[in-house]
Design a protein around this ligand. Sequence first.
Ligand code: ADP
Ligand code: MG
Length: 720
Amino acid sequence: MPDPKENPPPIRLGSKVADLPGIGKQRARLFARLDIHTVSDLLRHQPMRYEQQASEGCIDQLQFDSIGTARGMVQSARWVAPPGFGKKGRFEVTLADDTGTLNLVWFNAGYLRDKLHPGITIRVQGKVKSFNNYPQIINPKWESLDDPDATPANDERLRPVYPATEDLSSLVIEKTIAEALPQVLPGLADPLPAELLEHHAMPGLAKAFEMTHRPDSRDDAGIARRRLAFNELLLLQLGIAMKRAFVHEKLAAPKLRFTKAIDKHIRARFPFTLTDAQDKVIKEIAQDLTLPIPMNRLLQGDVGAGKTVIALYALLLAVADRHQGVLLAPTELLAEQHFASISQMLEGANVSTALLTSAHPPKAGGERKQLLDDIAEGKVDLVIGTHALLSDHVKFHSLAVAVIDEQHRFGVMQRAAFRDSNRHAEPGADGKRHVPHHLVMTATPIPRTLSLTLFGDLDISTLHGLPPGRTPITSRVVMPMQSEEVYRYLRTRLERGEQAYVVVPAIDAAGKESAKQLTNVRDHAKLLQDKYCQGFKVATVHGRLKRESREKIMTRFRNGDIHVLIATTVIEVGVDVPNATVMIIEHAERFGLAQLHQLRGRVGRGDHGRRSLCVFISDPTTDDGIDRLNAIAATTDGFQIAERDLEIRGMGDFFGTRQSGLPPLRVATIPGDMELLQLAKRDAQTLIDADPFLTTQAHKPLRRVLMQQYGEAMGLIDVG
Ligand code: ADP
Ligand code: MG
């Protein structure tokens, strides 16, 4: 057997960073902390900026704030260490040439005492700063020059500065990349068709990598970045387009009957007239359901917009055509809530409805088995439940419509949850695999940029506005010093029989020093119970409680046995307690805007005419923080808030994105690269229209890269 060490495998984009020569396990771990695992990740790690590095020159020519190189003779050298600091200290050198002096400082580098003596000549390089108007370099690179007259180093160029960590400096990243490039680039094939690159006047992939890490000019760096960003966006859009092509060509769903009589019948079940906005969305959905192509639609509508009846409408269309429907909720509590309100609306109708969660019906006593049998035989028309429906692999007789509520709670990838449940089923006579239509619902509005990327394979319906009879919420931003007043006012609302949520950022005072400053669930509950809410029942709920205890408390709150609920953000999801009219959020500056908006949506849900109030208590230290909170207090439009939130936090943090399983965009930024995204979307569609599964010879490399990166996450593995 050949010794693998002697003949290491060639380094490719897919190689692990640890496979690079000179990168040990420990270094690889430091890279992993930057989410860099493969050589491809490494080469796509974009410089955040470039610094001009000047050629070697005289000391008086050094430019402040750029990287300079100079040589000179050490005039003085001294070690400055405060007593008792062990090895900590700094080594200071004054360097001089004929034109001036340069101050050098190395921190914690006592070993230099033996190396840098007055009289020797050295060459140094580093970022030049102004120190009392004299040039200074902190921690410069240095080498001693045996021949003081050696020709000056000419290495004028742009130096990349990379996002780095404390343990992994930009310099080390630069070196690692510089060493990887010559190993990877020669064998690198460009997956993009040459005509496409030519058309957009973009450089090839190898060239682009070279240009982004060692650009000749800032313009070149920009051109390279654009190509690399396009690469990412095109692959993403190809994945989306291919998935759509797959659904159209390989899958089929029941073509549901839809008539005026059925429409009338369904509407008669609702205790209110649907709003125009609801009508519009229902039309879009009904249209999809009457086609044999599986619907894959996202319904976004603000909290309280009235999405549930739309879901019910779609489910009843399935039932009216003798199929089954399923509604999946993210928590038991929500499933129960849906079951209760839907059962009420369907009272007296000939629709058999069942609740299925991990707790209900209980496993003992055969009740659960009976229910599962009934579902499989088609005796149950409508199933409302939780995750248990998926994990138990519930078999349906003829499932036509699946609705997934509060999608963002599940993470992005479960959106077509019931599509894969019969993934291995034999195709029907038409050669297609039969799957249900999917409708996913979310109260977190999706900014347009994300709807084109993460949610690109979905058709999107938007439910604007709120149904009539809802009193708007008043929002206020107050400083911590006013909280006494806020909690006194809270008491007056409690005395009127209303209920309140108080959201705080921490569970207890344990943990990091910084966390100790935060209001926490435990202490705050005690404070409120003892001081402001005597005579009322204060309870707590947070993520460390078991789900059952959490839901028990929520149920007691809903029943009015608990008056004030102190909670972490676990109450974010669509819990409906109409009598809760006050929401107080402590340290509001610590939450994302979309999250604050979600939290606020927990109140203002009753039609009792009482005005709901949301108070953001915050001590924002920056003006920007105050602006953000005032912005959210001033609007109730979730879409505006979501766009703003995306701008502030970037795509990585936006809900579910990290857990989506999709590889992160490393070069492209959203929403910054919107124009490029549109370009990629158009090109991807053209490619897929001509060659749906990219199977022609010319597209094979593209297909290979696509499958590598998105195959699993996007479920493209089944594709042709
Ligand atoms: P969400 O979109 O947050 O799921 P829901 O479906 O829970 O909102 O609806 C919020 C409230 O509005 C519910 O109490 C519901 O009964 C009520 N509602 C929905 N549609 C209408 C309507 N057209 N007219 C009056 N009330 C409505
Ligand atoms: Mg809802």
